[in-house]
Design a protein around this ligand. Structure first.
Ligand code: SF4
Length: 334
């Protein structure tokens, strides 16, 4: 997790989207009504360094900006400000050729494998397309790569001539993973990769990710709304709230000594066998709109420990233990 040795680093990365006026607003604008041009603050000032071979779990509620962060890491989006580096090189400064090579090294796995697989193409074309288009192999070698990738994800080579609709949800996710593996990536950005799967299948797919990490030395950014999903796969867990990282620590530390009240609430929500009779208290209130983040600590409208300072000053992300940072005024006030 060190800043210097990260395979991939983000420094002060921010992403904002200008809200686009809808048809009615554009019509009204023609009659002189001003357009609401508020900005969505999707990701704000994120610093993160991911070491080669490590797994960083990125956790937060829907709408907190974690998927946008995943797209910034994978190169699908460019930051509004800040720097993303891969293997020590600023991605924005790369030549077109270097950028293509980097985007092949950083592959993305999506939540809904069915939506990301072309229903009209057979598996061999889906898995082999990027290999062929980018000239990574030619002729029979493409087919051999497809077969190797399918074998690695536990799918029989005979499946190569089938279409996506002939597979179960878990198998389709394996096809998505095989497609990523076929281009020999170094880094996988997995955006809620098991959220759409049954619980029993979730465990199988997470085990597959762990096996691939061991076999290929892959590095992961593993995005989930569910802290329990990242628990067993992550070396480091980053907690995101309304576009900012509010806590970052080794996985064991997060579960044993969560510091931020938001993280504590997420840990409390995880079902445990020794708390079978306990009723779980969901985090109160809703995530505020990223169009108008609350002043001070963005969590203050929902925080049971909120103090006057929390409504005015944003807490800095500070070290609370070695390798463990948290952004909460409770750490700096008496
Ligand atoms: Fe709660 Fe204040 Fe800490 Fe924010 S800074 S998490 S509002 S105690």
């Amino acid at each position: 997790m060190s800043a210097s040795s990260g395979l991939l680093t983000l420094a002060g990365v921010t992403k904002r989207f200008e809200r686009q006026p809808d048809v009615a607003e554009r019509l009204l604008a023609a009659f002189g009504r001003p357009i609401d041009r508020r900005t969505v603050h999707a990701v704000t000032d994120v610093d993160l360094s991911i070491d080669q071979g490590s797994v960083v779990g990125l956790v937060g509620e829907s709408g907190c900006g974690k998927s946008t962060l995943g797209r910034l890491v994978s190169g699908l989006l460019r930051p509004s400000s800040g720097v993303v580096t891969y293997a020590g090189q600023d991605i924005a400064e790369m030549t077109a050729r270097e950028r293509v090579a980097t985007t092949l090294k950083i592959q993305m796995i999506f939540q809904d494998p069915f939506a990301s697989l072309n229903p009209r193409h057979r598996v061999r074309r889906i898995v082999g397309e990027a290999v062929r288009v980018h000239g990574l192999a030619a002729g029979r070698e493409v087919g051999e790569r497809v077969d190797r990738a399918l074998a690695e994800v536990g799918l029989d080579g005979s499946y190569r001539d089938r279409y996506p609709h002939e597979f179960s949800g878990g198998q389709r996710q394996r096809i998505g993973i095989a497609r990523a593996l076929a281009v020999e990536p170094m880094f996988l950005v997995c955006d809620e990769p098991v959220a759409a799967l049954d619980v029993s299948i979730q465990a199988q797919v997470i085990n597959l990710f762990m096996d691939l990490r061991d076999r290929r030395g892959l590095t992961y950014l593993f995005i989930s709304h569910d802290l329990s999903v990242v628990r067993h796969i992550s070396d480091v867990v980053a907690i995101m709230y309304l576009g900012r990282i509010v806590e970052l620590a080794p996985s064991a530390e997060i579960f044993a000594r969560a510091n931020h009240p938001y993280t504590q609430a997420l840990v409390e929500e995880i079902p445990r066998l020794d708390r079978r009779r306990q009723r779980f208290s969901a985090i109160k209130g809703e995530l505020p709109s990223p169009l108008a983040p609350p002043p001070g600590c963005a969590f203050h409208p929902r925080c049971p420990h909120a103090m006057p300072i929390c409504r005015e000053e944003r807490p800095a992300l500070l070290a609370v233990a070695p390798g463990h940072t948290s952004a909460c005024h409770l750490n700096t006030t008496g």
